[in-house]
Design a protein around this ligand. Structure first.
Ligand code: SAH
Length: 197
């Protein structure tokens, strides 16, 4: 499938109905999701089982399934899971969405994790540590999106896994919460490929 086609399919998916700021519920924009997924596809990282940690409304999980992966999505919020299941059904993608907390879910035979974890920007948020910990203990390769300027922290935190690539991308964030002051704010983020083999 052409990348642009995947992007168009992902653009049509429903987002969060009433996003919870403590869970940092932002859907990954379709352009960034396709960037991450094609990067994984081209490296052969969608061939085994893929897990989306904090799968939200399912953009990354559904995109990976469309590109041929066997996919499990783990999400703490049941209302997000409902939307994700409906999204998958609408585009004919097969994804297993499981309710769970990434901090204590047991996952087996996962070769690749894809995730857009909470950045830890909000007080009381879980932050990205539990996500990075679970991802690196579970998978051989991890694709993850983080705040710009996280590289030093992430390199140290994931050891002995290695950060193989950091790609800087602009993340167009729509006004979602009351504390957002602009309709559209472009935030710079970093897309990481972390290698644990
Ligand atoms: N992966 C989706 C959503 C990203 S937002 C996308 O790319 O669009 C982060 C998601 O992580 C939210 O859906 C939030 O509910 C979920 N989340 C936050 N803390 C969690 C936890 N401890 N366990 C599982 N999911 C969690």
């Amino acid at each position: 499938m052409k990348r642009r086609k995947l992007e168009m399919m992902l653009e049509r998916l429903e987002g969060f109905a009433s996003p919870d700021p403590r869970l940092e519920q932002y859907s990954t924009p379709a352009t960034i999701a396709s960037e991450l997924l094609y990067s994984a596809l081209l490296r052969g990282d969608l061939e085994g089982t893929v897990c989306d940690l904090g799968s939200g409304t399912g953009v990354l999980a559904i995109g990976a399934a469309i590109l041929g992966a066997r996919v499990v999505g783990v999400e703490i919020d049941p209302s997000a899971i409902r939307i994700a299941r409906e999204n998958a059904r609408r585009v004919g993608a097969e994804v297993q969405f499981v309710r769970g907390d990434v901090a204590n879910i047991g996952l087996q035979n996962v070769s690749t994790v894809v995730m857009n974890p909470p950045f830890g920007a909000q007080k009381g948020s879980y932050g990205d540590r539990a996500f990075l910990r679970k991802a690196t203990e579970t998978a051989e390769v991890v694709y993850s999106i983080h705040n710009a300027g996280s590289e030093g922290f992430i390199r140290r935190f994931v050891e002995p896994c290695k950060v193989e690539e950091v790609q800087k991308i602009a993340f167009p964030m729509k006004r979602t919460f009351k504390f957002h002051t602009k309709d559209l704010q472009v935030v710079e983020v970093e897309l990481y490929r972390i290698f644990c083999r």
